[in-house]
Design a protein around this ligand. Structure first.
Ligand code: ATR
Length: 271
């Protein structure tokens, strides 16, 4: 039996054990997957202890994704670029490799599950924190016409656009400077949905065919998706598919088999 877990604080709400248990059943892998709430003061030593006690790998969630880099001997390119790791893998010599599957999870959910064409698309990212940083590269890899980053603190959007400038057509604009031309895809990568707030994207950025995507998910539509609906958008997507897709990529990194995500997304949507 191989053991995995999700590490965060708080972590009681995490759907990851349910998702990975469904993956294990589906693929016939002998895997157990639990939750571990680690102390903010002792995160690094606690992780080392879990792995020396036999843990095979883990997911890392808020607030530890950035600190997880400190415990890794190696990092994938996508973890380096995101400056965060959401997946730790124990290598044969016992050392840890950090990876980040969040961005690829988003791109896969948009393109495979929702049939959204990113190639040639004009994409707006609202937010410039950790969640936004993790999705810029996979979006640029899909050959969009433009990725524009807007943030409440504009200098952070400028810094993020500059960091990825060599990877594709990414720029930054203040929310109130966004042009009156609808974006094809508008992604909420702010933490506003946690507080029921909405990023101040002008309504003129939204058209009837725009796709609104919230990286967050909740039992009822987030304030961001409700705003989109009220403003006339019809394609509204929350982050449940991304959650399952990033998990599938982690499972693949650990177990070498790619689970079918559709039945798991379906099962989670019914909670
Ligand atoms: P995460 O890891 O979830 O990205 P983070 O790094 O703290 O968390 O980033 C939170 C993001 O949400 C930031 O872009 C933040 O904007 P600031 O950089 O200006 O703080 C954004 N955010 C949070 N509350 C917001 C609000 N009420 N309106 C607009 N943006 C908000």
């Amino acid at each position: 039996m191989k053991t995995y877990c999700v590490i965060g604080n708080p972590v009681a709400h995490s759907q990851s054990p349910r998702i990975h248990t469904l993956f294990a059943e589906q693929t016939g892998r002998a895997v157990t997957y639990t939750r571990e709430a680690l102390d903010l003061k002792t995160f690094e030593t606690d992780i080392a202890e879990l792995f020396s006690d036999g843990l095979h790998g883990c997911n890392v969630t808020v607030p530890f994704k950035e600190r997880a880099l400190n415990v890794c001997a190696h990092l994938s390119e996508r973890a380096q670029e995101a400056q965060a790791a959401n997946t730790l893998i124990r290598e044969a010599d016992g050392r840890l490799r950090g990876d980040n599957t969040d961005g690829v999870g988003l791109a896969r959910d948009l393109t495979h599950n929702h049939g959204v064409t990113l190639s040639g698309a004009r994409i707006l990212i609202a937010g410039a924190g950790g969640a936004a940083r993790g999705i810029v590269r996979p979006l640029l890899d899909a050959s969009p016409e433009a990725v524009v980053i807007s943030n409440r603190t504009p200098s952070k959007a400028d810094d993020l656009a500059t960091a990825f400038a060599a990877a594709g057509p990414v720029s930054s604009l203040a929310y109130d400077a966004l042009p009156a031309q609808p974006f094809d895809v508008l992604i909420n990568a702010t933490s506003t949905s946690l507080s029921g707030a909405v990023p101040p994207i002008p309504d003129h950025c939204l058209g009837a065919d725009s796709v609104l995507y919230d990286l967050m998910y909740a039992k009822t539509p987030t304030a961001y998706l409700r705003w989109g609906q009220d403003a006339g958008a019809s394609r509204l997507i929350d982050g449940i598919g991304m959650l399952v897709e990033q998990a599938a990529e982690s499972f693949y990194l650990w177990e070498g088999v790619r689970p079918d995500t559709a039945p798991v997304i379906e099962a989670l949507s019914q909670i």
